[in-house]
Ligand binder design. Sequence first.
Ligand SMILES: Cc1ncc(COP(=O)(O)O)c(C=O)c1O
Length: 369
Amino acid sequence: MPRETVARINLDSLRHNFHIARERAGGARAMAVVKADGYGHGIERVARALAGETDHYAVACLEEAVALREAGLTQPVLLMQGVHQASDLSLCDAEDFIVVVHHEHQVEWLESGGARPRVWLKVNSGMNRLGFAPGEVAAVCQRLQRSGIRATGAMTHFACADDETSDRTAEQTALFDEATAPLGSIDRSVANSAAHFRPGQRMFDWTRPGIMLYGSSPMLGHHGPELGLKSVMTLESRLIAIRDLAPGEAVGYGETWRATRPTVMGMVCAGYGDGYPRHAVNGTPVGVRGTRASLIGRVSMDMLAVDLTGVEGATVGDPVELWGPNIPIDEVAACAGTISYELLTGVTGRVPRMALESRPTGRMTGSES
Ligand SMILES: Cc1ncc(COP(=O)(O)O)c(C=O)c1O
């Protein structure tokens, strides 16, 4: 028996978004960022769908890279946090995982071990999460060379690329350029999704688009469709009850919403137990019968309520779009005081993912997992 709440994953839209990333990368190559279970869409599903498009994948940790190999994918994989123990280096070497080196202890592991995986250096250009200071980069490179290891790439990460008004991205780019220019012909990478939408941004050799592949806006104050991106995940549920509320009647825990006029209320069988944000406020849009209805009352674990008063002919059993092509996830995230990244990666295990893609016939077909 299929669940009423499902996440439909449109793989055509995923590929469309990757093409946008590639176009915006200019002369650089784009590696698909598929960490955190492909931003909640299923790492294997997403990586397979992009296998013909991307030359490399990027993940956070070794387990994710191994998952890609177990799925039969053979492209190089960039481990963006590198390894967390020396003994993992030989697996990286054997599997063609590119190891990011961001800290002194990782240099020592490489110096003392026999494994010779491909290595990229992480430069801390100001975000202050991971990486070597710009002034240390050349020395680290030389140290590795003395152990027979050539760093073939260097990367940095932007703190404020989503903010069109900030100058920090240009400053970080200049620092990175200065630190890595003396390293000769290595691969250089700076751009997350947001950088793809910054006019005049230098892209170097590789970009690392993540959230934009999934159709969500990387830029503050924009929705994905405004940037030409297509929603990949539709979180869909159903109406399981409809009732009339008289003025003064409340709905849900804490009675945080009360009818001020005769109201038709619908219950939807999805809640925070499925990953819908509990902090979504009254008025958060919910799609019913092509109309934007409003969330009312507190979201429960397995249910949420919508005001159906303006929705023509709503019936028990009607599908409801919680986010997707008609209800931008960026808008829902803003209503819940969060970001789309958190919503996408927070869809829980009880929600079946249903992949959709068009076959050469032009028809959409689906498969569930
Ligand atoms: C180092 C690094 N590069 C690239 C990305 C992709 O970022 P986005 O999803 O904003 O495109 C991330 C994501 O957090 C990251 O940590």
